[in-house]
Ligand binder design. Structure first.
Ligand SMILES: [Zn+2]
Length: 124
């Protein structure tokens, strides 16, 4: 197993969506599907279990951005209703995918760094 020369920042791996161990291999296939293992160091990604964490954070952040943006667009610029539909209909899915990739990669990096896993009873 290849170790990075120095520890890799979870923020850096989250922003680049790379392997939390080596920082080279890609985490995702297509948009949000995880690979089976790292192409760079062979780290098995079976340990990854982010659950609903990325979605919860994405919902809160996306809701704040889109509702806030819609309120500013409506009351500061007075955009017509069809412009809201066009603007938020396009921006919301784009921001959601970006946020989900970033947050999922970030939580994976934090899980790897902190060795977080399901609790187990000690073996006798
Ligand atoms: Zn790797």
């Amino acid at each position: 197993m290849v170790q990075a020369a120095r520890p890799i920042s979870p923020l850096a791996t989250a922003l680049t969506c790379r392997c939390p161990q080596c920082g080279r291999g890609k985490l995702f296939i297509n948009l949000l599907n995880l690979r089976d293992r790292c192409d760079g160091c062979g780290l098995d990604y079976k340990f990854i279990d982010t659950g609903d964490g990325p979605a919860v954070f994405a919902i809160f952040i996306l809701g704040f951005l889109c509702v806030g943006g819609a309120l500013v667009a409506e009351f500061k610029f007075g955009v017509p209703w069809w412009m809201h539909v066009l603007l938020w209909g396009i921006l919301t899915p784009l921001i959601a995918v970006f946020l989900l990739r970033f947050l999922k990669a970030g939580l994976i990096a934090l899980q790897f760094k902190n060795k977080a896993e399901e609790g187990r009873l000690a073996k006798e």
